[in-house]
Design a protein around this ligand. Structure first.
Ligand SMILES: Cc1cc2nc3c(=O)[nH]c(=O)nc-3n(C[C@H](O)[C@H](O)[C@H](O)COP(=O)(O)OP(=O)(O)OC[C@H]3O[C@@H](n4cnc5c(N)ncnc54)[C@H](O)[C@@H]3O)c2cc1C
Length: 465
């Protein structure tokens, strides 16, 4: 391991944003130091995307075995062996972690273990060793947040980090926060047999998603027996003999074995020397311009530390953008509307572009189509329900064709995989007629994208309004 020294780029934090920056910078021949106090891969690999998706896959297997008779297959669901689920989950994480470490080493990136602190606009100090760089990239990420006065004890009142370590399925859970993380845990625990209630202050689950998608999700969750208290603030929690009692603003009292607090994640920016060295911060987030430059010319910042969508692929994109800028390329700002978003619950919710409300708020006249999955052969085979909603600019003249596609919103099993096509449509400014001309393979769920655009272009195939 290196003991201090000079590099082209010193990166503080080895999560999605930091390591993507390191990997791309190395391709420009830059000498890179990547400083990480825990494990490279960060939240996404060790406490986020990957372990939760492994749990969700185990949940899907549980549901398949429980519902196998529906498909004429004799199998019995006998229960969840949580230590075995955790061991499968850890196996996935470890394999990817090993691969990442060897990719970093293969690109000759010096990974330095330890707690780093920015000690000047061009240096980070770790355990007394000083790593100087022509440029420093801050990528210290985020950690679970709570509400004022609500203390996480890690046992009964827990964060997503604690939930991922639970070696048992709770008999019942209250989930505070109906965003992506809350909805994904609700889906897993319900499939594993728990009684689950989600408490959300906004009037819909997944408040950032289109209302139409949220309504379908809420309907399917209700059918799955997942309770929800929407438009209701949390008031307080107290301990009971067997768990917790939660009081809500609507006067209801809920009881459960655990309370999972999933009210968002806060940036890791305090006490790291950022402000002392001229980096400006707003509500904990490092301020950056559209090219991820901070107020200090030698310092950039990426990932959950800055106030952009908290997604691993956004961290990757920002890390790559910074590496390419420092590598001398003419980089363009990221269009955050064009970033695909997926909630991997059952059913999945996936989207790209604007919601109907956002499109209208930006002054667009819109037209939209809701294509139900009930009209799609592969979805019927999978026995999933949901829809594809496509929003486009209304035709400028009567009888004309709709303009640019402004948003695509999908709900149903496995629709997350379809969002890759949807993002091409949005990001390449396609119009419904462009997409209508493309042949979608039958029978696939991708046909819902083709069918919705055919309908918008005025030539519906299986769609009837
Ligand atoms: C439960 C959960 C599920 C998620 N699922 C998804 C998903 O499915 N898809 C998706 O796109 N996103 C998902 N996310 C979000 C995703 O994990 C984050 O957006 C992503 O990890 C952010 O990357 P980052 O590099 O900015 O920060 P992080 O991944 O948090 O990495 C920051 C790194 O910096 C290190 N660090 C911090 N301070 C110091 C210091 N002083 N010295 C040295 N090292 C330091 C930390 O140890 C950490 O490894 C999920 C998050 C959670 C919590």
């Amino acid at each position: 391991m290196a003991e201090g020294g000079h590099y082209d780029i010193v990166i503080l934090g080895g999560g999605s944003g930091g390591y993507a920056c390191a990997l791309r910078a190395a391709e420009f021949g830059k000498r890179v130091a990547l400083i990480e106090k825990d494990k490279v891969g960060g939240t996404c690999l060790h406490r986020g995307c990957i372990p939760t998706k492994a749990l969700l896959h185990a949940a899907e297997v549980a549901d398949s075995s429980r519902e196998s008779a529906k498909f004429g297959v004799r199998a019995a669901f006998e229960g969840i062996d949580m230590p075995a689920v955790l061991s499968y989950q850890q196996g996935v994480v470890d394999r990817l972690w090993k691969g990442l470490q060897s990719t970093l080493a293969g690109r000759k990136i010096d990974t330095i273990s330890g707690d780093g602190r920015l000690t000047s606009p061009t240096s980070v100090t770790v355990n007394g060793a000083v790593y100087t760089g022509d440029h420093v990239v801050l990528a210290t990420g985020s950690v679970p947040r709570s509400l004022p006065g609500l203390t996480l004890d890690g046992v009964r009142v827990i964060s997503s980090d604690d939930a991922l370590r639970l070696d048992r399925v709770p008999s019942s859970a209250i989930i505070l926060g109906g965003g992506v993380i809350g909805v994904e845990f609700a889906s897993v625990w319900r499939s594993f047999g728990a009684d689950v209630t989600i408490v959300e202050m906004e009037s819909q689950l997944l408040p950032l998603e289109d209302e139409a998608s949220a309504k379908v999700l809420q309907r399917v969750f209700r059918r799955r027996g997942i309770g929800s208290e929407l438009g209701t603030p949390f008031q307080s929690v107290s301990y009971t003999d067997s768990g917790v009692q939660v009081s809500l603003g609507n006067g209801k009292q809920l009881q459960a074995e655990v309370l999972l607090v999933a009210v968002g994640r806060g940036p890791v920016s305090a006490d790291l020397g950022y402000e002392e060295n001229g980096v400006t911060i707003t509500r904990g987030f490092v301020d950056v311009d559209p090219l991820c430059r901070t107020a200090v010319p030698t310092i950039s910042a990426v990932g959950d530390l800055v106030n952009t969508p908290q997604l691993a692929h956004v961290g990757f994109a920002e890390g790559i953008l910074v590496a390419e800028r420092l590598g001398g390329l003419d980089v363009k700002p990221i269009d955050y509307d064009g970033v695909p978003r997926i909630t991997y619950s059952d059913p999945e919710v996936a989207s790209v572009g604007l919601t109907g409300v956002q499109a209208e708020a930006r002054g667009y006249n819109i037209v939209e189509v809701n294509y139900p999955l009930g009209g799609n052969g592969k979805s019927v085979i999978l026995q999933t329900q949901g829809q594809a909603k496509v929003i486009a600019e209304a035709p400028s003249a009567a009888g004309g064709q709709p303009g640019r596609v402004l948003g695509i919103h999908l709900v149903g099993s496995r629709v997350g995989e379809l969002i890759a096509e949807a993002q091409l449509i949005f990001n390449w400014d396609a119009e419904p007629d462009d997409v209508a001309a493309l042949i979608h393979p039958h029978p696939t769920q991708s046909e819902i994208i083709g069918e919705a655009h055919l309908a918008l272009a005025g030539k519906p195939l299986h769609f009837h309004a």
